[in-house]
Design a binder for this molecule. Sequence first.
Ligand code: PHE
Length: 434
Amino acid sequence: MKDKRPTWTSKYSFIITTIGSAVGLGNIWRFPYVMGQNGGAIFLAVYILIISTICFIPLINELYIGKLTKKECIGAYESINKNFKYLGALNPITGLLIASFYFIVGGWIINYIIKSFINYKIQNYEEYFTEFIKNPIYPCILTILFLFICIFFTARGLKKGIETANKSFMPLLAVILIFLVIVSLNLPNAHLGLEYMFKPDFTKLNSHMVLNALGQAFFTLSIGMGALLTYGSYIKEDKTLVKSVYTIILSDTIFAILAGIMIFPAVFSFNMEPNSGAGLVFVTLPKIFSQIQYGNIVSGAFFILLFCAAITSGISILEGPCASLIEKFNISRTKACFILFLFISIIAIPATLSFGILENIQFFHKSIFDFLDFLTSNIMLPVNTLFLCLISGWYLKIRGDILIKNKIGAFLFNIGLKYIVPISLILLIIIGLH
Ligand code: PHE
């Protein structure tokens, strides 16, 4: 192996980088619109319950398997049982496929940052967005640019690239988020947005919404594609992994709630619809920004915030496949990054074009972009997590008391790992297939 296996420079580096992986478009783009489509406050309550209980188990499990085996995904599974290596390989493959659509949204964000500062006024926001994503050239260039920025940090290695990026972008993200929350709370009728977020309407509680909350929680914590396993494999020593995991979950949840507090008061203040779906961030919000004082600065700040969130998650998506290439094929990090760059571009370009000239190419009645999103979020992420929980719970027979000191906690962990999480995941996959 050309590169010696790296380790985190400190526990802080590990935690902030893992939070960086978790806090991404999932929190700021996806969470508010999924919440908007699932009834607001009641969704938030269910989500908090799920993320602090059920999600704790697969999250710590993935980190722990990495820490235990000290290998990238394929090697980690292989060291448990030779035949498991194919299951392990599904993880970096999932990463590559997620990268191919996640980075497209990264490209859109770059466009909106530029747009905020230059030529700010737009006539019709819906039309602008649909025309922009249909363009055959510009979004492709921006997708590749976003990919290049992420690859740049990955290529510089764990300490100089990945840690440095997270230590710079995450504090910036927090500062901008707080600034935008203050702006939003000072808009007229901001309290309506807060009511929507925090006053639950129990009539909206249903099983589909619970599964949506579960899916959102897994996605936002980056569980199921080997990013966490790889990050876990760089841990030298952490006797308080449970505490670290709770810090990660708590931070991720705070970021998601703050994103909601930033978005909903603004949406209600301008009488817009909170359930407009994926367009909430690219259509509804720019419309709102155009109507407030210093709107271009607020808009620029918002899209820079999204950019920071997407970059740190993007880097984590790349690290799993990158580590697998380095350790399995015995090549340097630079070479691995070059291969990743080519490979992801080959899938991402047709996916970018699937909003325009390639819209007729369909898989299971879905465009390339939608299909990649569906395949990874609804199927591959939960399937990978299911396999890893089954391997840990039933094959390795990992017991809660290795990780958790208190007896009841350890007992609940055992039941969760063997039964509750696998059953929830199977339900999630079945519903996801519909
Ligand atoms: N957790 C990231 C987000 O919320 C997305 C992600 C998913 C990153 C899976 C890595 C792996 O945007």
